[in-house]
Design a protein around this ligand. Structure first.
Ligand code: PDD
Length: 290
């Protein structure tokens, strides 16, 4: 039997149902997080919690639990579901109210839902790399909020899927922003370049880990915008996310990146990223470079 969290309680997953007038369901009026679990332990759990609270703050939802309570609930859920390797999905919406665009006048209780999913690490792709397409970034101007409104992201991802590609690299006026569900990096002459964490992208937790790894390994990293032209002429390209970790990109719009093999800086980052996972969550059975 699997369990889920519904409004602060752990219940049978099949019993976890939401009201038709939940504002998350009707408007996407809420925010979410996806947290990776390795060896039954949350990876960068605190960082995800902090971002969750930041997203909530930006749309004026007050978390009806302390961070400690919520973290404890998630840990209980992971244990009850006997999750070793997988993800936690967690979302909070403004709550249930008669449908009206403006926020409800009365204070309503935000709805919290969380559940777990078993998920292997994408080792094959991590070893070989993935293909991508390029598409225009048609999303709103607050991509820093991890909002439930993902239509722009979904349309981009679907374009990639139709082309048999793993991810869509989005751009605004020729400047690469991020993937539909990942951050994007290029490497040129040994320097790692990625879009600054402003309102046009989601400040990835994985991105933060990668930036720290670069600094502690003397890999020069620059947070600045880069163009589609720079993307096409990069020595290496990779993406990052909670579920994809440090993923080499070997093709962009049908054109090979350099020689079409994952690059050396990307490999170094993958290795260091796995070490960080092991530091926080214990030994990994399979590694990218084995
Ligand atoms: N996606 N940018 C976007 C638009 C994302 O949706 C994500 C994550 C990231 C990377 O963030 P992080 O490193 O914190 O996972 C960047 C998650 C995994 C998802 O929606 O499933």
């Amino acid at each position: 039997m699997k369990f889920a969290i519904l409004n602060g309680e752990i219940i049978e997953r099949s019993e976890a149902k939401v009201d038709v007038e939940d504002r998350g369901y009707q408007f996407g009026d809420g925010v979410y997080e996806v947290i990776r679990v390795y060896n039954g332990k949350m990876f960068t759990g605190t960082e995800h919690m902090n971002r969750f609270v930041k997203s909530l703050d930006s749309i004026g939802i007050v978390l009806p639990y302390t961070m400690e309570q919520l973290t404890k609930l998630l840990e209980e859920l992971v244990a009850k579901n006997n999750l070793q390797l997988g993800t936690i999905y967690m979302q909070i919406t403004r709550g249930v109210a008669p449908r009206n665009h403006a926020f409800p006048a009365e204070n309503i209780t935000p709805s919290l839902v969380a559940y777990t999913k078993e998920a292997l690490r994408p080792l094959e792709s991590l070893k070989k790399g993935v293909k991508t397409i390029v598409t225009e970034d048609i999303r709103w101007l607050r991509c820093d909020i991890k909002s439930l409104n993902l239509l722009g992201n979904l349309l981009a991802k679907q374009k990639a899927a139709v082309e048999g590609c793993f991810e869509a690299v989005q751009h605004r006026n020729g400047n690469v922003t991020e993937g539909s569900s990942s951050n994007i990096y290029i490497v040129k002459n040994g320097v790692v370049i990625t879009h600054p964490s402003d309102n046009l992208i989601l400040k990835g937790i994985t991105k933060d880990v990668i930036l720290q790894i670069c600094t502690s390994n003397n890999i020069v990293v620059k947070e600045r915008t880069f163009t589609l032209d720079e993307l096409a002429n990069a020595d290496e390209v990779f993406l990052s996310s909670t579920t994809s970790e440090v993923m080499p990109i070997i093709e962009v719009d049908g054109k090979r990146v350099a020689d079409g093999l994952p690059g050396t800086v990307t490999r170094r980052l993958q290795e260091a990223f796995e070490q960080e996972i092991e530091k926080q969550c214990g030994a990994l059975k399979d590694k990218t470079l084995n």
